[in-house]
Design a protein around this ligand. Structure first.
Ligand SMILES: Nc1ncnc2c1ncn2[C@@H]1O[C@H](COP(=O)(O)OP(=O)(O)O)[C@@H](O)[C@H]1O
Ligand SMILES: [Mg+2]
Length: 375
């Protein structure tokens, strides 16, 4: 009998850059093998519509329509990957899809005597299942929230499986938002969002250079860090809040970015340098405030698209001297596919009917089996 499942796992995060898909085997002993991958950029009008929704500027009709559009795009990414990898559909056990978050509210609101948090990931799994012909697992966050969790972060569950060891490690993802998982012998697993990741870099690159992101950090490298602007940007209550905590476009939205431009340096390269430095500084400061006092960290492993930004990594190394900083690629996981791999593990647990949330990270009342299945 075969001792593994072959999975296509798909993820799109807060950057709204597009769908990352990976073809991966997960073995019974929980080891993995990444076989192939494919990234499908969102067409610019899709990205703009998602940005509108994420900024609370869409209609219910838009949400209904985009749920199907994103389902189609995820299916397209999976079908491309199947062709690229020259694998037979019959040999794929299932698809695991995170979908696209358009709203996430880990705060209680009340109506009609009902108090609840809420979250919405679109990219309907029935659409994916039908258009690929493959059973699809998705919609993970809702079950954790139903159990009074924040529905996030979900990746620490997989971090523990992939990187759990005798070493005290930080698994640092730099996506649209930066988030860290603390794996240490000295304390239970915990995780939180450090603050902005690539989201502001992307916003200003788009506005000032008409480019979607700062490839390899080349633009930031040409600028100088403006300490005055940096200090002003650091003045934000979120950064002082003790974890667990999450943030997103509710803070770093278009209004925020445009308002902050008023006091920005005049040179557009300096703006990118400073905002890139901010991302590094928020990561380093959050370690110094919330992690280093609790545990001695031996290794930091960076992932997500931001791990390709060499200027960002240089800034981070400047702020965190004497700490061993690696990337996921040192562990044979492409930086860009890290979160994708994590959702392959979550889907694997759903299909095996085993709990896959991490209550110490999400605050949920119970260990629950997250995810729904479309056959
Ligand atoms: N070569 C690169 N150089 C610099 N930044 C990059 C590079 N590749 C990706 N990125 C950044 O990573 C972001 C996407 O990262 P990703 O991990 O997919 O985030 P998310 O999970 O939020 O979608 C892009 O928007 C971009 O800012
Ligand atoms: Mg992405």
């Amino acid at each position: 009998m075969k001792n593994y499942k072959t999975i296509i796992s798909m993820m799109s995060g807060t950057s709204l850059d597009g769908v990352d898909a990976c073809l991966v085997k997960i073995f019974d002993n929980l080891s993995f093998e990444i076989l192939d991958s494919f990234s499908l950029d969102y067409p610019s009008d899709v990205k703009n519509k998602l940005l509108q929704l994420a900024n609370n500027k869409g209609t219910v009709e838009d949400i209904c329509f985009m749920n199907f559009v994103i389902g189609e795009l995820f299916a397209k990414a999976a079908n491309f990957l199947i062709k690229k990898a020259k694998i037979k559909k019959e040999n794929i056990d299932f698809i695991s899809s995170h979908g696209q978050t358009i709203w996430h509210s880990p705060f209680y609101k009340e109506i009609g005597g009902i108090k609840t948090k809420s979250t919405l990931q679109i990219g309907d799994i029935s659409v994916i299942a039908y258009k690929t012909g493959i059973m699809t697992v998705g919609d993970f966050r809702t079950k954790d929230m139903a159990a009074n969790g924040d529905g996030a972060p979900l990746v620490p569950f997989a971090d523990k499986i992939i990187f759990g060891s005798d070493k005290n490690r930080l698994i640092q993802n730099i996506g649209g938002i930066s988030n860290v998982t603390v794996l240490s012998k000295d304390c239970p697993i915990f995780a939180f969002d450090n603050g902005v990741g690539n989201m502001l870099i992307d916003f200003y690159m788009n506005k000032l250079f008409n480019l979607p992101f700062d490839k390899n950090g080349e633009t930031a490298k040409r600028g100088k860090v403006d300490e005055n602007w940096l200090n002003e940007l650091l003045n934000e209550p979120y950064y002082e809040k003790t974890p667990p905590k999450t943030t997103g476009r509710e803070l770093y939205n278009e209004n925020y970015a445009i308002k902050k431009l008023k006091t920005a340096p005049s040179d557009k390269y300096d703006i990118i340098a400073t905002i890139t430095n901010l991302t590094a500084r928020l990561i380093a400061d959050s370690y110094k405030k919330f992690i280093f006092p609790k545990t001695n960290i031996e290794e930091i492993i960076l992932g997500g698209g931001g791990a390709y930004n060499l200027t960002l990594i240089k800034f981070l190394k400047d702020y965190l001297q004497n700490t061993d900083i690696k990337t996921h690629e040192d562990y044979n996981i492409p930086n860009k596919l890290k979160e994708c791999l994590a959702f392959a593990y979550l889907g694997y647990y759903t299909v095996n009917k085993k709990p896959n949330n991490e209550p110490s990270a999400t605050g949920a009342d119970d260990n629950v089996i997250m995810g729904k299945i479309a056959y």
